[in-house]
Write a protein that binds this ligand. Structure first.
Ligand code: SF4
Length: 175
């Protein structure tokens, strides 16, 4: 015997709610909310060392548009920046300068090693260049390439955003 099911009731929607996008009540941990805000407002220091810096500068131009990731505010003062992008080879003479800039940045702060030179010395295996900026600073993300394109820097930025969102505690960066 064939059983006929009644038709499903029509969906009741409130057109006014559809327009406002109201979702009712949402709950979240304070850490998650702060990390979410931090991850989409990373301000890099206005700083470059060598040829990789040209690609870093390109990333800020309208063609590549780093503003899509919330990081267009390159700060000229380390006290207003929370991301140090080391773009280029690090000479021994620059080590104290880079360390001082990093120390002047406020916590929490992060470091991206952009390019082969910053990551491991690149083609400069000699006495004048240190073989990776991680010898003097804690690096969060490494970007390979000589030079890496702006898209590679954006990928690193996305990885850093995920790392920030996963931080368990507020305050200083987690090593
Ligand atoms: S990785 Fe290549 S492009 Fe970047 S600073 Fe070194 S030599 Fe220049």
């Amino acid at each position: 015997m064939e059983v006929k099911l009644p038709p499903p009731p029509p969906l009741k929607t409130d057109p006014a709610q559809d327009k406002t996008g109201a979702v009712g009540v949402a709950v979240a941990r304070l850490e998650d909310l702060v990390n979410w805000g931090r991850s989409y407002s990373i301000w890099p220091l206005l700083f470059g060392l060598a040829c990789c810096a040209i690609e870093q500068i390109s990333a800020g131009m309208s063609r590549f548009d780093i503003a899509r990731f919330g990081s267009e505010v390159f700060r000229a003062s380390p006290r207003q920046a929370d991301l140090l992008i080391v773009s280029g080879r690090v000479s021994n003479k620059m080590v104290p300068v880079i360390k001082r800039l990093y120390d002047q940045m406020s916590e929490p702060k992060w470091v991206i090693a952009m390019g082969d030179c910053a990551s491991c010395g690149g083609p400069f295996n000699n006495y004048a260049i240190i073989q990776g900026v991680d010898k003097i600073l804690p690096v969060d993300v490494y970007v390979p390439g000589c030079p890496p394109r702006p898209e590679a820097l954006f990928y690193a930025l996305r990885m850093l955003q995920e790392k920030i969102k996963a931080q368990e505690k507020l305050g200083n960066r987690e090593e």
